[in-house]
Ligand binder design. Structure first.
Ligand code: NAP
Length: 296
């Protein structure tokens, strides 16, 4: 059995990975309490001790707005730690699977989805730190797969979908941004696709598969439409629980945040589907499959 080092097992994606990676090998998992990603020496020591065949790094500094005032911490966790993991993976000949984000792009592509080779241009500290992580991994020369994903939600952890469900129970009216386009992607879907990728990498003869891939549910929507879909799911099951009577569509300019976000967050996933034989579901189908657990 291959040894797999799963980092960040208490995050949205990490929590799901603990289950989906389990059939593939002996999984050694870390959480913040056992490994601080801000401590580069500790990161290296963990890899040297475990000597994995595969590292899956689901740990990240994901507080997008807070990162604007904590760039040092964001870069330590999102750039230096992945770089150290990649250097250690290279020394062992191990694979590294890492996650990045739509926020590496400026979001000004006029139409269509971003492909992996499109120029980057992050608008925020978080986006810049994640891009620096991608670059550090590439520079380390490790065999790696970087999965850029977006708008992650799920049953475990804090996320937009759960916030909307809570607010719909508490408030008469919600206002949600309607001019940022992308697709929500469930943590479960990301973990299932990751397991498929991991299986191929561990099976050998996979060097040609190294590189960056986009991983996003199919279809395109806005935060506003996603909020409506999530609240509808609750209404269908328990109409009395929904206090909210209106979800207003507002422009980004009416909801100022410390970090700027891309207007176009669409990711073209053809490379991932072709290379690993996966078919990504429409975001509405993905939501339909996850909603019971999220509401539960
Ligand atoms: N969330 C999104 O919408 C989104 C969108 C695009 C890409 N991504 C990327 O997808 C990946 C997974 O994201 P996610 O949504 O699962 O994130 P998440 O729920 O925020 O999980 C990140 C995990 O990293 C841990 N962590 C943060 N700082 C740490 C540190 N200094 N030392 C050790 N652990 C630390 C967190 O620990 P605690 O639990 O203790 O806080 C958390 O368990 C990340 O690479 C992220 O950048 C996420």
């Amino acid at each position: 059995m291959a040894t797999i080092l799963l980092i960040g097992a208490n995050g949205q994606v990490g929590h799901e990975l603990a289950r989906t990676l389990q059939p593939l090998g002996e999984v050694e998992a870390t959480v913040r309490g056992s490994l601080d990603l801000g401590d580069e020496a500790a990161v290296r020591a963990w890899v040297r001790r475990v000597r994995p065949a595969l590292i899956v790094n689901a740990g990240a500094y994901t507080a997008v707005d807070k990162a604007e005032s904590e760039p040092g911490q964001a870069f330590a966790v999102n750039a230096r730690a992945p770089g150290a993991l990649a250097e250690e993976a290279a020394a062992l000949g191990a694979w590294l699977i890492h996650y990045s984000t739509d926020y590496v792009f400026a979001g000004d592509k006029p139409d269509g989805a971003y492909v992996e080779t499109d120029p980057t241009g992050p608008l925020s500290v978080y986006g810049r730190s994640k891009l620096a992580g991608e670059q550090a991994i590439a520079a380390a020369g490790a065999r790696h797969v970087i999965l850029r994903t977006s708008w992650v939600y799920g049953a475990h952890g804090a996320n937009f979908a759960k916030t909307m469900l809570r607010l719909a129970r508490e408030r008469d009216k919600l206002s949600v941004v309607a001019d940022q386009h992308g697709a929500p992607t469930s943590s479960r879907l990301i973990a299932e696709v990751t397991a498929r990728v991991a299986q191929r990498l561990l099976a050998g003869a996979a060097d040609g598969l190294a590189g960056i891939y986009h991983l996003q549910s199919a279809g395109v929507t806005t935060w506003h439409e996603f909020a409506c879909a999530v609240v509808d799911q609750l209404r269908q099951r328990d109409a009395a629980a929904v206090r909210c009577r209106e979800i207003a569509a507002i422009p980004t300019s009416a909801y100022p945040t410390p970090a700027r976000r891309p207007a176009n967050s669409r990711l073209d996933c053809a490379k991932l589907e072709r290379s690993f034989g996966v078919k990504l579901p429409h975001w509405r189908d993905d939501l339909e499959q996850r909603i019971e657990e999220i509401l539960g």
